[in-house]
Structures are given as C-alpha cells and as structure tokens.
Design a protein around this ligand. Structure first.
Ligand SMILES: [Zn+2]
Ligand SMILES: [Zn+2]
Length: 429
C-alpha cells in the first residue's frame, strides 16, 4: 500500500521535481517586483496584524471586507462589493493588451480561542485567524498594490477575488466560492486562469509546496438515519433494532473503501458521530450517523455515493429496517491543471530558488478554491509560514497557530511574479 502510493505520487510529481542549474540572474521585472515587495514590508505586517486582531467568522466578514474594498478603491481599482455576501471583486486593467487572470484570497476566521501571547492577539473572544486567511488577504492586497504600481507595463487584466466563508457558511446559509461564482465573480471579465495560495505550517518560510493534478480532496458530509421499530428490550423479536443495524452499517461502509474501490485511488470514509436510542431496556427505533467522504477523483466521488447506497440498502433490508442518506457537498477535488502548473513552476523557481519549490503529495483536507477550478484552469499552492528555529510549528486550526511574517513579503513577491509571468507569456501568443 505504501509503496503503491509512493509510486503513484512519484509519477504525479516526476515531471517537475528535477532540480537544475545554479542561481539565475533576475530579469528587470523580477528585480522591480522584489524591490516593490520589500518596500511594502512594514505595511504588510501592520495589515496582517490588524486582520489578525479582528477576526470574523464565515459570512460575518463585515469589517475585513470593508477594509479590503477601501484599500482597493484607494488604489484606483474598479471595485464590486457584496458578491456572495461579503465578497469583494476588483479589476486592474494593465496598460497593454493581454489576457485576464484572477487571484483569490479568503477572508474568514474560525471559532477558536487564541491562546498564544503575541502583541497582535485576537481581541475577539473565541474567534481566531487559525487558518491563515489574514495572511492570504494581506498578501492579495499587497499584490494589488504592487501591480498598480507597475500598471503601465502589465499586458492584460488582473481580477482580484476576496472571498468570505471558505471554512463553510453557518447552517442554513449559502456562502463561499460557490456563492461567489453563482453571483458572477468569474464573469465580465472571465479570467483564463486563476491562482490562489494557502499558508502551510509544516513548510518552512521561504519555501512553497505544490501539486500537479489533485492537490486536495473532495469533501462531502453525509447524514445517515437508520429507521427501525421500537420494542421492549426483552422482546427484540417484536421490533427492528436500529442499533444493531447501525453497527453492521458502520463496518460495511468501510468495505466501500477496502473491497469495492480501486486500491490505487485515495479514499476516506469516516463515520464521525453516532447517536441513537433512548433507554437501556428499549429497542432503538432510530440511529443517526454523520460522517465525511474524501477522494482525489471526481469519478470515485460519484461511485462512492452509489456504493454506499447499495451497501446500506442490502444491510437494512436484511434486518427489516430502512434508511435515509443525505450528502452535503463541502468542496470538490482541488485539481491543479497540469499544463498551468508546468508553465508556472519555472517562474516560482526563479523567484524562490530551485531548492525552495517543493513538489508535495496531495492531502485529504479540502478547500473550496476547487469550485473556481471547475470553471477555469487553476493553480493553488502552499506558502511556507513555519519556522522551527523560532518555534513557529503549530498546525492550522489550532489555538496556537501563528506564522512567520517574513512569509508576507515572500507571498507578495511570488504571487506578483506568477501573475505577471502568466500575462507576459500569454500576451505573446
Ligand atoms: Zn481552514
Ligand atoms: Zn484555510
């Protein structure tokens, strides 16, 4: 199993993992970007700390969104607010003709109490930027400022997308990438490609990680309800025991992964919660189970839903029970278009150095950037923010999470070069 996966991963990353050459002489544009990013250092740190101190939950990003829109307007950009609730879209027309490219940052925080003692500690009880979206938003604002400064030499158009609710909207609300797309974030103008980045704590600052093809998993929540029939606990023959049926179902669902899916296809079927029954001596008539399904392939994703239904139909009918199964889609597979990755990675290597651009195995966590990638070719990569020497090692979604702020300048420099490189390359076509 481990060897099989290692082989698969090697095949996926092989075309881009070749190390080559020594230091490269920066171009005039790369020198200009590096100098401009460096000049933004103090304002980037201040902006990130401001966002960090004032985190807002998904679909409640009123302040963050307002600051983003104000800053973009101050740069002279054409700004649209209220796209997908607090989403902001801005367009920068370059001075020369060329294609349209989009960059996306997410703005929401998490319901986690911050525990680290830093000068920029969250002032909102129980809410923290624990997924680094403060960094993403700050970096994208920095990219906008930097690119406005070299507008005349930009061949094409850059669309900046600032998205709320990446972590998922509150129960009963719409939100995130899907809602922004529904509210036309990718139309007029329609970009030819989209880029995004995410902080990663286990990558050292100064490095980035990337995947060609699948980068992160699809994520579907499922809610399964088993319906039986109540009876006295001493007379099980008079009822249909939903607890016994549920136990069989939990085991059988694992065979969807182990016995009915190609072993080369990553897949997770997790039952995360199970609740049922109301007393020790009553046969339970209902059990409710919740879980998540994660895959790296849209076809496996569709197959799994069918296989789960087949399995549950067989088991429940064998015991005279019935079931309801509902799926809530959280994210599609984050799929980086291999051609876009291949043409972008050389610029990343030029910006950060060959040894700092790392091909990485995909992960089974999810990201709603995947929805943009279903509409336009996209590339979502990982910005190193960890620093073992400084003790910055906590993972995202923890109370201790923090970033090395050096990553802000690096993120701006990298994303600006990636965007300009794309435009320059495609303007020539
Ligand atoms: Zn997150
Ligand atoms: Zn995140």
């Amino acid at each position: 199993m481990r060897h099989a996966i290692a082989g698969l991963l090697a095949a996926l990353i092989a075309p881009f993992s070749v190390q080559s050459g020594g230091p490269v002489e920066p171009t005039a544009r790369e020198r200009a970007v590096a100098a401009a990013a460096e000049s933004l250092r103090a304002s980037l740190v201040a902006q990130r700390r401001d966002f960090h101190m004032h985190p807002e939950l998904s679909n409640r990003e009123e302040r963050t969104s307002r600051i983003v829109a104000e800053r973009l307007r101050a740069l002279g950009l054409e700004v649209t607010t209220g796209v997908g609730k607090y989403g902001v879209v801005a367009v920068l027309e370059g001075g020369r003709p060329g294609p349209i490219v989009a960059v996306r940052a997410d703005m929401d925080a998490l319901p986690i109490q911050e525990t680290i003692d830093v000068p920029y500690k969250s002032v909102v009880p129980g809410v923290k930027h624990a997924c680094g979206h403060d960094v993403h938003t700050t970096v994208e604002l920095g990219v906008a400022e930097l690119l406005v400064g070299m507008r005349d030499r930009i061949p094409g158009t850059v669309k900046f997308i600032f998205q709320p609710a990446e972590e998922g909207p509150p129960e009963g609300e719409e939100g995130g990438a899907r809602l922004m797309i529904k509210e036309h974030a990718l139309e007029s103008p329609h970009p030819a490609a989209i880029f995004g980045l995410h902080v990663m704590a286990d990558l050292e600052v100064g490095t980035i990680g990337y995947n060609s093809g699948p980068a992160m998993a699809s994520s579907d929540k499922f809610i399964l309800t088993i319906h039986g029939k109540k009876a006295h606990g001493a007379f099980p023959q008079g009822g249909v025991d939903a607890v016994v049926v549920a136990a069989e179902c939990v085991s059988a669902l694992q065979t969807v992964r182990s016995r009915r899916t190609d072993t080369m296809e990553p897949l997770v079927v997790t039952v995360g919660s199970i609740h049922g029954g109301n007393r020790f001596n009553i046969i339970a008539d209902e059990v409710r189970l919740e879980g998540t399904v994660r895959t790296l392939s849209e076809s496996v994703r569709a197959d799994v839903q069918r296989l789960m239904r087949e399995t549950l139909t067989g088991i429940t009918s064998a015991y005279g029970a019935t079931f309801d199964l509902k799926f809530d889609e959280n994210a599609a597979v984050t799929y980086n278009e291999p051609a876009l990755v291949a043409e972008t990675v050389p610029q990343m290597r030029r910006t950060l150095g060959d040894a700092n651009v790392l091909a990485r195995p995909p992960r089974m966590v999810a990201e709603d950037f995947s929805y943009y990638e279903q509409v336009v070719p996209g590339f979502f990569f990982f910005l190193g923010v960890g620093n073992k020497a400084k003790g910055i090692t906590a993972m995202v979604h923890t109370a201790e999470f923090d970033v090395d702020e050096e990553s802000l300048v690096i993120g701006v420099k990298l994303m600006s070069n990636v965007v300009l490189d794309y435009l320059e390359r495609h303007a020539r076509e």
